[in-house]
Ligand binder design. Structure first.
Ligand SMILES: Cc1cc2nc3c(=O)[nH]c(=O)nc-3n(C[C@H](O)[C@H](O)[C@H](O)COP(=O)(O)OP(=O)(O)OC[C@H]3O[C@@H](n4cnc5c(N)ncnc54)[C@H](O)[C@@H]3O)c2cc1C
Ligand code: SF4
Ligand code: SF4
Length: 578
C-alpha cells in the first residue's frame, strides 16, 4: 500500500488539556511518524476557525486520513466526521483520540507522565488510521409509525406531537387510565393549573387524532427487527390476555417514576399524623375548606425536606441525587394550605432550598404568607416523636440559622417531602435493552448534546423516567424526543453506523458461538455455496465486538476496529518514546 497522508491535530482545549499535557512535545513526537504529513496544535480544535483550517489542510495537502486528539469521542466524533466530509474525505478515515478525559484530567499531578501517555495514545490513533478504508453508512427504510410507552403527561404530549407531524402512534399504558401522576393532582405549581384538567385537556386532544391508537392495561413484552423497522409485541391484560404485533420505526419510552417510600420509623413514618408528600397532596386536593386530619382542624404542620434524596453513601441503595421537584412542590403545598382559609403555622425544615428560576417567587410568597424556614445540617436531621403528655407530635431540630439552637415544635401533622425514585420496570428494560445510569433511571447518550437518545438506535427516552423532572421539564423532553424521532421517520430512511461485525464465509464453519454470544440477536445462520455460515444483520449489530473473541475460526472482524488495526494500535502504544 502506498504511504498514507495523515493529518494530526492536537487540541489544547483552552488549557483543559495543555495545562497538564505538553501539547508541543506531543506534536513534535508524532510529527515525523511515517505517513503523517501535517501535525498541528490548536487552542480549540472544535472551533469554527480550526474546523475550517482542518478542511483546508485536508484539501490542500491531499490528506487521506485524519486524527484529532482532543476530548471524549462521545462529544465530538460527529463534529469531526462532518469536518472530514466537508473536505471530501470519507468520515470513517477519521480517528478521535481522547487525551482529555483519559489523559490530562486523569493525570493532573504528573505533566511529564501525561505527556508521554498522550504521545502513545496519538501514535495508536495514527496506527489505526493508517489501516482505515472508506466505509458507507447502512441505509434502512423507516416505517412512519412510532410506539410510545407510558401515557403520563410526557407520553401523551409526545403522542400529540408525533401525530401532528403526520406519524401514526401506538400508545401503550400499563394502567387502566392514562395520565400518570399528574392525573391524580389538583392545583400544581407554578401557575396553579389543576393536574386533572391538564390531563383531561391532553386526553381530549388525543381523541381528536385518529392516527393515535391507545392500548390501556397493556405492556410491551417483545421487540424484534431493527431501527426504522421494529416489530413490537404488546400484551393487553384483559381477561383473557391477548398479544398483538405492531410495526414501528421508533420507540419513545415515557414510563415516569415512583416516589420514595420511607421505612417504618424513618422520621416517624408509621406514626399517626406522619405522612408523605403524595399522601398530603391527596388530602389537600380532596378537602374543600380548611385542612382537617382525623376530624380535627390542622393548626400546625412541619415539613421535613430531602427524605429519600441526597442520602449518605452508607445508606443501603442510597439515593444520592437531588429530586429537584420536591422543594417547589412542598412550598406550593404550603401555599395551598394557606389559600384554604384557616390560620395554620407552617414550619419548613430544609437542608438547602432548591427553588430555582421562576420558582423562587413561590418561595418568597410562602415566606410572605408566614411560613417559617429552618435549616438543619446534613448530619443532624430532625427527629420526630410523640409527646406523652400532650399526645401531639413533636419535631426537634437544631436550626442553623439561629446558631444551632435546638427547637421542639409541637405539630398536628408532619409531612415528609419524599423524592423521586426510578420505577421498577424490569421486563421493559430487558425487552428494549434500555441503558440505566448509576442512579437506575434511564440514561441518555449525552445530557447536553443528545439528551433524549439512548445507545439503542431509534429508542428515545423522555419525562421523569430519565431522572427527576417537574411536569414542564417532562413535556419539554417529550417534545425533544418527538423532534429527534420524527426527524428520521419523516425522511423515510435512516443511515446506520457501518462500524459493525462482518463474517468471512470462507473461514466460518458454523459452530453458532457468535449467535450464542450476541446480546442483540444480530447473527443469523445462512447457506452459502451449500454450507451453513454465520451472517451479521448490519441493521441490528451494534459493533460491540462481543462475538469476535468467541469465534474459534477467527472468521469475524469488526469494521473500523479490525484485528490488524487493534494490533497496530497496541504496537503504537507500546513503542518506546525517545
Ligand atoms: C407529590 C408530587 C407533587 C408534584 N407536584 C408537581 C407540581 O405541582 N408541578 C409540576 O410541574 N410537577 C409536579 N410533580 C412532578 C410531576 O408529577 C412529574 O413531572 C410528571 O408526573 C412526570 O410525567 P411522566 O409522564 O414522565 O411520568 P408519570 O407521571 O410517572 O407517567 C408515567 C406513565 O407511564 C406508565 N407506565 C409506567 N411503566 C409502564 C410500562 N412498562 N408500560 C406502559 N406504561 C407504563 C405509568 O402508569 C404512567 O401512566 C409532582 C410530583 C409528585 C410526586
Ligand atoms: S463463531 Fe465463527 S465459526 Fe462459529 S458460526 Fe460464528 S463466525 Fe462461524
Ligand atoms: S459485534 Fe456485538 S452486536 Fe454485532 S454481532 Fe457481534 S456481538 Fe452482536
Amino acid at each position: 500500500m502506498s504511504e498514507r497522508r495523515i493529518g494530526v491535530f492536537i487540541c489544547q482545549c483552552g488549557g483543559n488539556i495543555s495545562d497538564y499535557v505538553d501539547v508541543e512535545k506531543v506534536r513534535t513526537a508524532v510529527g515525523d511518524e511515517p505517513g503523517v504529513v501535517v501535525a498541528k496544535t490548536a487552542m480549540f480544535t472544535c472551533s469554527d476557525a480550526t474546523q475550517q483550517e482542518i478542511v483546508k489542510d485536508i484539501q490542500e495537502q491531499n490528506l487521506d486520513g485524519l486524527v484529532v486528539a482532543s476530548c471524549s469521542p462521545k462529544l465530538h466524533t460527529f463534529t469531526f466526521r462532518e469536518v472530514a466530509k466537508r473536505a471530501g474525505l470519507n468520515p470513517y478515515e477519521y480517528t478521535q483520540v481522547n487525551i482529555r478525559e483519559q489523559c490530562s484530567w486523569t493525570h493532573t499531578d504528573d505533566k511529564a507522565g501525561a505527556t508521554r501517555k498522550a504521545i502513545r495514545l496519538v501514535r495508536a490513533g495514527i496506527a489505526r488510521t493508517k489501516l482505515t478504508t472508506p466505509l458507507q453508512p447502512t441505509v434502512v427504510e423507516t416505517v412512519p409509525k412510532a410506539l410510545i410507552v407510558g401515557g403520563g403527561i410526557a407520553g401523551l404530549r409526545a403522542a400529540i406531537g408525533m401525530s401532528d407531524i403526520g406519524i401514526a402512534v401506538f400508545l401503550v399504558e400499563k394502567q387502566p387510565e392514562v395520565g400518570g401522576w399528574v392525573a391524580g393532582f389538583g392545583t400544581m405549581y407554578p401557575n396553579a393549573k389543576d393536574g386533572r384538567q391538564l390531563i383531561a385537556h391532553l386526553w381530549g386532544e388525543v381523541q381528536k387524532r385518529p392516527n393515535i391508537t391507545i392500548f390501556t392495561n397493556a405492556e410491551v413484552v417483545g421487540k424484534s427487527g431493527s431501527f426504522g423497522n421494529y416489530q413490537a409485541t404488546i400484551r393487553i391484560n384483559h381477561r383473557p390476555a391477548e398479544t398483538i404485533q405492531v410495526k414501528v420505526g421508533s420507540i419513545i419510552v415515557a414510563t415516569g417514576f415512583d416516589t420514595y417510600h420511607p421505612a417504618e420509623g424513618e422520621f416517624g413514618y408509621g406514626m399517626d399524623g406522619v405522612v408523605t408528600l403524595p399522601e398530603f397532596k391527596t388530602m389537600l386536593d380532596s378537602s374543600a375548606g380548611p385542612l382537617v386530619y382525623k376530624g380535627k382542624t390542622v393548626r400546625d404542620i412541619a415539613y421535613i425536606y430531602c427524605v429519600g434524596s441526597r442520602q449518605k453513601a452508607e445508606v443501603p441503595d442510597a439515593n444520592q441525587y437531588c429530586s429537584r421537584y420536591c422543594c417547589n412542590a412542598a412550598v406550593h403545598a404550603s401555599l395551598t394550605v394557606t389559600a384554604k382559609g384557616a390560620k395554620v403555622h407552617q414550619y419548613h425544615l430544609y437542608r438547602d432550598m432548591r427553588t430555582y428560576g421562576k420558582y423562587e417567587l413561590l418561595y418568597k410568597e410562602s415566606r410572605d404568607e408566614g411560613s417559617l424556614f429552618l435549616k438543619f445540617a446534613a448530619d443532624a436531621p430532625p427527629a420526630v416523636a410523640r409527646d406523652d403528655q400532650s399526645g401531639r407530635l413533636t419535631v426537634t431540630v437544631a436550626d442553623q440559622l439561629t446558631r444551632g439552637e435546638a427547637l421542639n415544635i409541637a405539630v398536628d401533622l408532619v409531612v415528609l417531602i419524599t423524592g423521586m425514585i426510578p420505577r421498577s420496570n424490569e421486563e421493559l428494560v430487558k425487552t428494549l435493552k434500555l441503558p440505566m445510569g448509576k442512579d437506575q433511571f434511564f440514561n441518555e447518550i449525552h445530557p447536553k448534546l443528545r439528551p433524549v437518545e439512548t445507545v439503542v438506535d431509534g429508542v428515545y427516552i423522555c419525562g421523569a423516567c430519565q431522572g427527576p423532572k417537574n411536569s414542564a421539564e417532562s413535556v419539554a423532553s417529550a417534545l425533544a424526543a418527538v423532534t429527534q424521532s420524527a426527524g428520521i421517520l419523516k425522511k423515510g430512511f435512516a443511515e446506520l453506523e457501518p462500524l459493525v461485525a462482518a463474517v468471512d464465509p470462507d473461514q466460518c464453519a458454523w459452530c453458532g458461538k457468535c449467535q450464542e454470544t450476541c446480546p442483540y440477536g444480530a447473527v443469523e445462520k445462512v447457506e452459502v455455496n451449500g454450507h451453513n455460515v454465520a451472517s451479521i444483520n448490519e441493521a441490528v449489530c451494534k459493533g460491540c465486538g462481543g462475538c469476535v473473541p468467541f469465534c474459534p475460526k477467527e472468521a469475524i472482524d469488526l469494521r473500523g476496529y479490525t484485528d490488524a488495526q487493534v494490533k497496530a494500535m497496541i504496537d503504537g502504544l507500546l513503542r518506546e518514546i525517545v
